[in-house]
Design a protein around this ligand. Structure first.
Ligand code: CP
Ligand code: NVA
Length: 308
């Protein structure tokens, strides 16, 4: 069994295998109903336990459909209804019980430390469904979407991120090393990626370009990504952070500086992008959101050692 915690810790070969499996599975589902099970029901009898310490729509639903389409099932726990933390039950005991009752555990958490603690005790695959420092299932799925739309390996494309240096960007940066793509980031000077991820880039001898002018960042972009300026549970001064990002607003004018670009956004959105861009022809956000089902199926296959 394997965990799926951070892209930077997963072999590139395995990440590519996951994408290939997702492509194969997606192409075979053309005439399937939502809950029809893939041939061979590879995860028949398996249950994925999901727990969210923060809100979620897409991750919750896509993992539900993913495990069901592979022949398994899922149960979602509400963290506030468990003993964990409050009733005196230790995380170690919780992890052991999860491992006894379940076959896999998907956790969305406010604490990276909690993930590292769970790993010590859990005996079933642990999947990071978003943490303060990364959102790996989102970004792997986004690479799938980029390659699907552009019909090219992402290594041949110029990727641009306009927005906050948050968990999604950290995973995109990790992916830029794993998949060898060019990455331009447009963000205010005071909101650059954190030292730990830049240090990791250096260790991997990878250069990315960081601009405090969005117009420079989008030049030659094939894909422009963005995300909310204020993330879930982001403990910041909303007013001053919003002000700092004012000139990073994504509108037609900015997008037109990169004529061949498409627009992607993991959702939920804030005020960082115009309605016209978000709902416009260059935007593929709905396809991006649904692809998470396909890619997460293959992530589950990887975790359960079922990938060919
Ligand atoms: N993109 C994403 O992870 O969405 P949710 O927060 O709705 O799961
Ligand atoms: N960066 C966002 C992503 C939401 C899916 C957040 O952490 O809230």
């Amino acid at each position: 069994m394997k965990h799926f915690i951070n892209l930077k810790d997963i072999k590139t070969d395995d990440l590519k295998k996951i994408l290939n499996d997702a492509k194969r599975r997606k192409s075979k589902r053309k005439n399937f109903n939502t809950l029809d099970v893939d041939k061979g029901a590879p995860l028949k009898g398996k249950i994925l336990i999901q727990m969210f310490e923060k809100p979620s729509l897409r991750t919750r639903l896509s993992f539900y459909l993913a495990i069901r389409q592979l022949g398994g099932g899922t149960i979602t726990l509400r963290s506030n209804e468990l003993h964990l933390g409050k009733g005196g039950e230790s995380l170690a005991d919780t992890a052991k019980i999860l491992s006894t009752y379940g076959d896999g555990f998907m956790l969305r958490t406010d604490s990276d430390k909690k993930i590292s603690e769970f790993i010590k005790y859990i005996k079933i695959p642990l999947i990071n469904g978003l943490s303060p420092s990364s959102h790996p299932t989102q970004v792997l799925s986004d690479i799938f979407t980029v390659e699907e739309i552009k019909k090219k390996p992402i290594s041949k494309l110029n990727i641009c991120w306009i927005g906050d240096s948050n968990n999604v960007l950290n995973s995109l940066i990790a992916a830029s090393v794993k998949f060898s793509f060019k990455l331009n980031i447009g963000c205010p000077k005071n909101y650059k990626p954190k030292k730990f991820i830049l240090d990791w880039l250096n260790q991997n001898r990878k250069t990315i370009n960081i601009f405090d002018d969005p117009k420079k960042a989008v030049i030659n972009a094939d894909v422009i990504f963005s995300d909310k300026v204020i993330s879930l549970n982001d403990k910041v001064n909303v007013k001053s952070k919003t002000k700092a990002f004012k000139k990073f607003f994504i509108d037609d004018k900015l997008l037109n500086l990169a004529p061949k670009s498409i627009f992607l956004h993991c959702l939920p959105r804030g005020k960082e992008v115009s309605e016209k861009v978000f709902l416009g022809k260059k935007s593929h956000v709905w396809q991006q959101a649904y692809n998470r089902v396909h890619v997460q199926k293959s992530i589950l296959m990887y975790c359960f050692d079922k990938l060919r």
